[in-house]
Design a binder for this molecule. Structure first.
Ligand code: ZN
Length: 377
């Protein structure tokens, strides 16, 4: 169950691609497919892909054959369109990530769909770090066909890639009402003020800290103060899990907003909900080019920021106004005291070129080194 509150006009958006659009991307594709069982699982997967229009599926059963075939696509002058990799061939999570990154370096325009015997968020993290397009259950043929078609559909068209979207989209994910205000309220206000489209996704209504209806109203007023749109879900406060339900819940808003940047809690946090939301968001944001973590009051000393967003007085004022909207929490929460919030922003300012700043711990940044586009978070 979810409710969507909006306080900004809907973007031009356009309708999402239909299943037919996505499947059409598979038509004529040349697929390189690796599976530990070349005779069985690999050939069954190949038949499923050919039945949906793939032109060519080359199956291999070892890393060496995969790498060699990668260098010899079926027609000279063009690379493979997409690759499928069975995690059973690469061993540990670290080995999987290293293998995928090696592939990405050699074939940056050939997305990889990973097949996994028992998909889980830990494996998902390794796949994400390896910059693969997607992960599906190894024997799920329909899932594989859909993931391969989606990876092909979402491959950036060089002509379209040159045409920038008119507005940058940022999605900020938090477990409870007031989390994103405290962690990134100034950044949200600054970017919204600069013309970014900012969506806040709050995954619970904070029933553990007060009346959910009252907290929902407070969250909506706070989002308005920062210039953002609010989407509120209803996961259980205090026992949010990093399971597939949470991942799918976040994926809905990711699909809706197609963010360029995602901000979320850090994994270095004493609150179990924050850690779960961090992990589930990393999986749900696996195709988002820039992902970073804000600082919550419950962050541990292991939180290690490496980017600092400078704030103007007005950004800090908007952050404090947004936090002040959470009246129901003000009396009982030490971390909502204004002098602490102000001095924390002042402290982080020493790492930026501004008087005040908010820290971020960058998880992934697909921006080329030395290149700082205007839309950088
Ligand atoms: Zn929280």
């Amino acid at each position: 169950m979810s409710e969507i509150f909006t306080n900004s006009p809907e973007g031009e958006g356009g309708s999402p691609p239909t299943t037919e659009d996505v499947l059409a991307a598979l038509s004529g594709a040349r697929v390189l497919l690796a599976d530990r069982d070349v005779e069985g699982a690999a050939s069954a997967a190949a038949r499923a892909l050919l039945a949906q229009g793939a032109a060519w599926v080359h199956t291999v059963g070892s890393p060496q054959d995969f790498v060699e075939a990668g260098q010899r696509p079926p027609d000279s002058g063009a690379d493979w369109d997409v690759a499928v990799w069975d995690t059973g061939l690469s061993g540990s999570d670290d080995a999987l990530t290293a293998f995928l990154l090696q592939w990405h370096t050699r074939h940056p325009h050939v997305p990889v769909v990973v097949t996994e015997e028992t998909p889980n968020t830990r494996r998902g993290g390794a796949v994400l770090r390896g910059r693969a397009a997607d992960m599906v259950e190894r024997h799920d043929r329909d899932g594989l066909v859909a993931a391969v078609a989606r990876a092909l559909h979402e491959r950036p068209d060089p002509a379209e890639a040159a045409e920038p979207r008119s507005r940058v989209h940022m999605l900020v994910v938090g477990a409870h009402p007031d989390d994103v205000e405290i962690g990134a309220g100034g950044t949200i206000h600054r970017r919204a003020d600069e013309g970014w489209d900012v969506t806040i996704l709050t995954l619970s209504r904070g029933a553990g800290g007060g009346d959910p209806d009252e907290r929902r109203e407070e969250a909506l007023r706070a989002a308005t103060a920062m210039g953002a749109r609010l989407v509120m879900e209803d996961l259980p406060d205090g026992s949010i899990a990093d399971d597939s339900h949470t991942v799918r819940t976040i994926e809905r808003t990711v699909a809706d907003t197609r963010p360029d940047v995602v901000l979320v809690h850090s994994d270095s946090d004493t609150h179990q909900d924050h850690r779960a939301v961090h992990r589930a968001t990393l999986v749900a944001s696996r195709r988002v080019p820039r992902v970073a973590c804000y600082q919550s009051p419950s962050a541990t000393v292991a939180y290690r920021p490496n980017r600092f967003v400078g704030l103007r007085e007005g950004d800090l004022d908007a952050k404090l106004s947004a936090i002040n909207e959470h009246h129901s929490q003000a009396a009982s929460r030490w971390y909502l005291e204004e002098d602490l919030l102000r001095s924390t922003a002042r402290y982080w300012g020493r790492f930026s070129q501004a008087r005040y700043a908010e820290p971020l711990e960058v998880i992934r940044d697909a921006t080329p080194l030395g290149f700082f586009p205007a839309d950088h978070v």
